[in-house]
Ligand binder design. Structure first.
Ligand SMILES: Cc1ncc(COP(=O)(O)O)c(C=O)c1O
Length: 467
């Protein structure tokens, strides 16, 4: 009898990964040293500036305590330290008992999508539970991982809310577009969406949503719908000095004081701290069904193991993140995390200004209004280069399969830039459900600014060939 073995070649393995950004992240190892991959949302700035020197160089391998089981949603010190960090970042008190760790924000979102399908207990505030097939509204473009988190196992249905792609409000969120999508969904399917997921600051647009806009959206959701809101604030520390619309957490809104059972926040170490490989994220919620799902239930109720048992904050993460969170700076009482996030703002602002200047100099368009926050991204507008193939063929073979519905001209442009001699990888916007083709996400924190600027020079030279 022959037993079939799975593929073992790296290229074959990558071809199976359905998330284009993840495939590109892992493909990095197969690319030539000269390639610059700006397609993945990563951040090297903090590690290279201070984290290695001030934290990781001083960590011993491995105290005995950490070979044992650890609380999968975070032990009390970890939950307290993260609550204190988020209290500062959100400018609103976060109770340690409302913070539940899990294996990344992707996993935190999935935990919420399952937990919101549990019923509130008698006497507990909250709308009826969600059920499989219920719709989640997501202003688009949006991070494609929401599809895995909400659809793959919890079986909710992601419904993109297309932002305008032209005119003065292009790529601007408004209550009107959310309402329109909400009622349109009802007309088409006879049901109303049950969840709104906002990313603030936004990926890929980078912007902070202003408080008046958030007040308006949250008030409408609470008063006129039975939707829960998930606010993904994974980029909350990613703020440049020049941002004129400040970051406002969902927890700092009046709406949260009014209906805490309907508003849930997620955050993690992947972006602001640049620790994407650690896969550590947090659900922050006061809602009974969410708390029970995260803590587990026993006794007279149905027995349920804590959700994070399946995707835990394991002992190694407890150890290393504990060192990061408890470290103080050079003999002072200032926490390293406070210092690191202050430095991060300086580094981020500096990178942003350098990269922006280079894009302007090289006449590469991007969607930006003066005073906007970028988080870690530029949303490049390469629509002028669609359909300009001029018989040029990009390199082959490609090791992975782009989404089926990607516009062929956008895909061609992606491949053209990724090939020698340019060798710059950008994330095609349609990976992120961009409502129109020709937009590409450039992550400017994936490398130091001089490398990002070099990539821009190469992209500009390649684009010049097409005109
Ligand atoms: C908005 C958003 N949420 C969540 C995640 C995933 O976070 P993690 O790597 O902690 O699962 C990402 C990663 O790109 C993201 O951009």
């Amino acid at each position: 009898m022959t037993v079939s073995t799975g593929p073992t070649e790296p290229a074959e393995l990558l071809a199976r990964i359905p998330d284009f950004e993840q495939a590109l992240a892992l493909y990095r190892d197969l690319e030539p040293d000269t390639a610059i991959n700006l397609s993945v949302a990563e951040n090297v700035l903090v590690y290279e500036d201070s984290m290695q020197k001030m934290v990781f160089d001083h960590i011993d391998l491995l105290p005995e305590k950490y070979i044992h089981y650890a609380t999968p949603y975070g032990d009390p010190p970890l939950r307290e330290e993260v609550a204190a960090l988020l209290t500062k970042a959100f400018d609103a008190y976060v109770a340690p008992g409302d913070v539940f760790g899990t294996g990344g924000v992707g996993s935190a979102l999935e935990c919420l999508a399952f937990a919101l399908q549990d019923s509130p207990r008698e006497g507990e505030a909250g709308p009826p539970p969600l059920k499989e097939g219920d719709a989640v509204l997501l202003p688009a473009p949006y991070w494609q991982g929401f599809n895995w988190s909400f659809e793959q196992r919890p079986k909710l249905k992601c419904v993109p809310v297309a932002l305008p792609t032209e005119g003065a409000d292009r790529f601007r969120l408004s209550l009107e577009v959310i309402k329109e999508a909400y009622f349109k969904y009802n007309r088409l399917f006879g049901e109303f969406p049950r969840l709104l997921a906002l990313t603030n600051p936004h990926n890929p647009l980078g912007v902070n949503y202003g408080k008046p806009l958030l007040d308006e959206i949250y008030a409408w959701v609470l008063d006129e719908t039975q939707m829960h809101i998930i606010s993904d604030e994974i980029y909350c520390h990613s703020q440049v000095r020049s941002a004129r619309v400040p970051f406002t957490s969902a927890f700092a809104l009046d709406a949260y004081r009014r209906a805490p059972e309907r508003i849930h926040v997620v955050w993690g170490f992947a972006k602001d701290f640049g620790l994407s490989g650690f896969r550590t994220g947090f659900v922050v919620s006061k809602y009974g069904p969410v708390q029970r799902a995260m803590l587990g239930t026993s006794g007279i109720e149905e027995k349920k193991h804590p959700m994070s048992w399946f995707t835990p904050v394991d002992s190694l993460k407890h150890y290393v993140l504990g060192e990061l969170l408890e470290n103080t700076v050079n003999g002072s009482t200032e926490l390293y995390t406070t210092y690191a996030m202050r430095r991060y703002q300086e580094l981020l602002s500096d990178s942003f200004e350098k990269v922006r200047a280079r894009l302007v100099e090289k006449k590469i368009d991007f969607v930006y209004t003066e005073g906007d926050n970028p988080a870690q991204f530029f949303w490049l507008d390469l629509t002028a280069y669609l359909g300009k193939r001029k018989g040029k063929e990009p390199c082959a073979p490609k090791a992975f399969t782009p989404p089926n519905d990607m516009d062929p001209d956008e895909q061609w442009l992606f491949e053209y830039l990724r090939c020698a001699p340019t060798e710059v990888t950008l994330l095609p916007g349609q990976t992120m459900h961009s409502p129109a083709p020709g937009f590409f996400r450039l992550c400017f924190t994936a490398y130091q600014p001089d490398v990002v600027c070099e990539a821009i020079d190469r992209v500009a030279a390649a684009l010049a060939q097409l005109t």
